[in-house]
Design a protein around this ligand. Structure first.
Ligand SMILES: [Zn+2]
Length: 305
């Protein structure tokens, strides 16, 4: 009989929000810079893109095709593009923030299956039988280099744990810390380059504004490069090596994780409290990697690095 893995990421969660349901279709108005440019149609550079579902014209803010989910929006013309509001809505079927070319943290992205909900348990939101998971569990075996998906400034880099050391207890002190369940952790501060909508932790869209900071957190690492603290880094720069520290899962009756389920818990939020990322600031992390992931945690198209 196969062992059942129950993954429990520290702070990832735990909290059940009765009565709240997660909208799997928050991204109705897909638009992303990774889509194929199609300038020859209008002859105006940047004026026309092809998306997965339909074509939109960025000058007229009118969709060329009818929204396939238009019946869900009876108050709105099926041809209106983002309510005529040029705040870009993002789409996990595309990739990266609008107008930005980001990277993947590992060579080939895969989401770890965990709990009874399969891959869905490894993605952001109320994905574990109603309990909240704050990050994206990106598979990474021990020793794998993890790379920054975007340029930015390293604002947190701490090795609180020894290799393969689990639990939320800080080594040496014996006291619980709000950050040690993440294990060895590094955070990159990234500045938003243009306004866009993104799914927040309550399942509703929030707006990320140009110039606003978001914090991109990589956790459960074997070792982070502490020398990067305070430094400005490039996209693709190595932040440290993946592993299994903190509380990556509960396995065979104790904190730990099976070799094949090792991952980095990749989290993005607008609030960083000295390494701790409060749930109220969390946003859909899928937007901050290159490879698009669907709502079930499956890779739509592997983009690689
Ligand atoms: Zn996780």
């Amino acid at each position: 009989m196969k062992d059942v893995l129950i993954t429990y990421d520290y702070y990832a969660g735990g909290s059940i929000m009765p009565g709240r349901s997660f909208s799997a279709n928050s991204y109705r108005y897909g638009y992303n810079a990774g889509s194929e440019k199609d300038d020859e149609i209008t002859g105006i550079t940047g004026s026309h893109f092809t998306t997965y579902f339909r074509e939109g014209d960025t000058r007229l803010l009118i969709w060329w095709g009818v929204d396939p989910k238009a019946d869900k929006q009876p108050w709105q013309s099926p041809y209106s593009y983002m309510d005529g509001n040029p705040i870009w809505k993002n789409d996990p079927k595309g990739d990266c923030p609008p107008g930005v070319d980001c990277d993947d943290p590992v060579e080939k992205v895969d989401i770890v299956s965990s709990g009874s909900s399969g891959k869905k348990g490894g993605i952001f939101g109320n994905t574990r039988g109603g309990s909240f998971h704050g990050g994206l569990d990106i598979r990474a075996s021990k020793g794998t280099d993890l790379k920054s998906t975007l340029p930015g400034k390293v604002v947190y880099a701490k090795n609180n744990h020894q290799s393969d050391e689990y639990s939320g207890k800080r080594r040496g002190s014996g006291t619980h810390s709000p950050t040690t369940g993440y294990g060895n952790t590094i955070i990159v501060q990234y500045e938003i380059e243009s306004d866009f909508n993104i799914k927040g932790s309550d399942g509703n869209d929030i707006v990320l504004k140009k110039g606003q900071s978001v914090y991109i957190q990589y956790t459960h690492m074997d070792k982070v490069d502490e020398s990067l603290l305070g430094k400005t880094i490039e996209k693709g720069q190595v932040l440290g090596q993946a592993g299994a520290t903190g509380n990556p899962g509960y396995y065979e009756g104790k904190w730990g994780i099976a070799e094949e389920d090792r991952h980095t818990h990749f989290t993005v939020g607008t609030k960083n409290q000295n390494g701790y990322m409060p749930k109220s600031g969390l946003v859909d992390p899928r937007v901050f990697i290159k490879t698009p992931i669907d709502d079930q945690g499956n890779v739509i198209e592997n983009k690689g690095n």
